[in-house]
Design a binder for this molecule. Structure first.
Ligand code: SF4
Length: 326
């Protein structure tokens, strides 16, 4: 088994709203290892984006890490990110050890600045002294690695197509070769052919060992299937299943995973023959999550125990699932 790069232990991250808690992620543990692309899927509101903020320790009010540890493994050292101040994270971790292609990557570039100037601004937050010529050369080399012309650095964002902008953001996010990269819905605003190009660019980052491992966050199993080997399925702030993509496509274990998988329009013949399905109801209000299994109000397999006790993630033939059916 490969060495871990990032480990989350029993994390609880809540939004504090009007003297109450929104339990956005609740007792989550996960290990991401070298060489892995891990897909994290779930409906909106399942806690995916909060989990990405916890992975980076980008915790700002009203979000608060109530409990748990976030460990980064780097060159034989274990760094507990949850013990670092925001200034320390900004100076020593973000961009260098961990990085993110943000959800609205298309808008991540300042529209009024040439790309070169946005990059120099970012570099100033990491280094006390910067050598402009050196940085520009480095960025241009990375631009060519991700398949865009090196002259793009001298252009304004509005002069670029969606795909070029997205790849420029990917190049900037990985400029310092971070060990761990989060791609948060990186293809959601793109047409199908541009999506394929961007997925290939992200795949290349790992193959060329620019990054060690990637967490790919999406609501869309069909997209994540093209890039990840392992799938983490989230529902209402909990992980409900962790499995290889192949196992999940062949036989999803958790009823929510089944619903998620069968409710997509998919080219996979194994999934297609089961027909289209939808999950009844809506995700719960996480200020008042239902007792027991959080999926029980929507679950057609509900047992007597399901609204009384909370199912824990357990091993089922080498896979992990949190459901009383197993
Ligand atoms: Fe359904 Fe019970 Fe399994 Fe929850 S624990 S998914 S309610 S069967």
């Amino acid at each position: 088994m490969n060495r871990p790069v990032l480990q989350i232990e029993n994390a609880r991250a809540y939004y504090i709203v009007e003297n109450n808690y929104v339990r956005a992620i609740d007792d989550i543990s996960i290990v991401i290892r070298e060489g892995e692309v891990v897909g994290i899927v779930g409906e909106s509101g399942s806690g995916k984006t909060t989990l990405s903020n916890v992975m980076l320790m980008n915790i700002k009010r009203p979000l608060s890490l109530i409990d748990g540890k976030v460990k980064l493994y780097s060159n034989g050292n274990v760094i507990e990110l949850n013990k670092l101040s925001r200034e320390e994270l900004q100076k020593n971790i973000w961009g260098k050890e961990t990085s993110i292609i943000p959800q609205s990557a298309m808008n991540a570039l300042m529209p009024t600045k040439k790309i070169k100037d946005s990059i120099l601004d970012v570099m100033k937050t990491h280094f006390e002294e910067i050598h402009e010529k050196e940085i520009i050369e480095k960025v241009q080399a990375r631009f060519e690695e991700v398949g865009i012309s090196k002259d793009v650095i001298f252009r304004y964002p509005f002069e670029l197509s969606g795909g070029m902008k997205q790849r420029a953001v990917i190049a900037i996010a990985t400029l310092l070769n971070p060990r761990f990269l989060i791609a948060d819905e990186p293809t959601s605003a793109l047409d199908v052919s541009t999506q394929k190009m961007v997925l290939k660019t992200i795949q290349d980052l790992r193959e060329k060992e620019i990054v060690k491992s990637i967490a790919f966050i999406t609501h869309d199993i069909a997209t994540v299937r093209q890039i990840a080997e392992t799938l983490v399925v989230m529902y209402a702030g909990k992980i409900v299943e962790i499995s290889s993509i192949e196992d999940i496509i062949k036989e999803p274990l958790h009823p929510y995973t089944r619903g998620l998988l069968f409710s997509v329009v998919t080219p996979e013949p194994e999934v297609k023959k089961r027909g289209i399905y939808y999950i009844p109801g809506t995700p719960p209000n996480l200020m008042y999550p239902p007792p027991g299994c959080r999926f029980h109000p929507r679950c057609e397999y509900k047992l007597d125990i399901c609204d009384k006790e909370e199912p824990k993630l357990k091993d089922v033939n080498g896979r992990k699932v949190a459901c009383f059916l197993y």
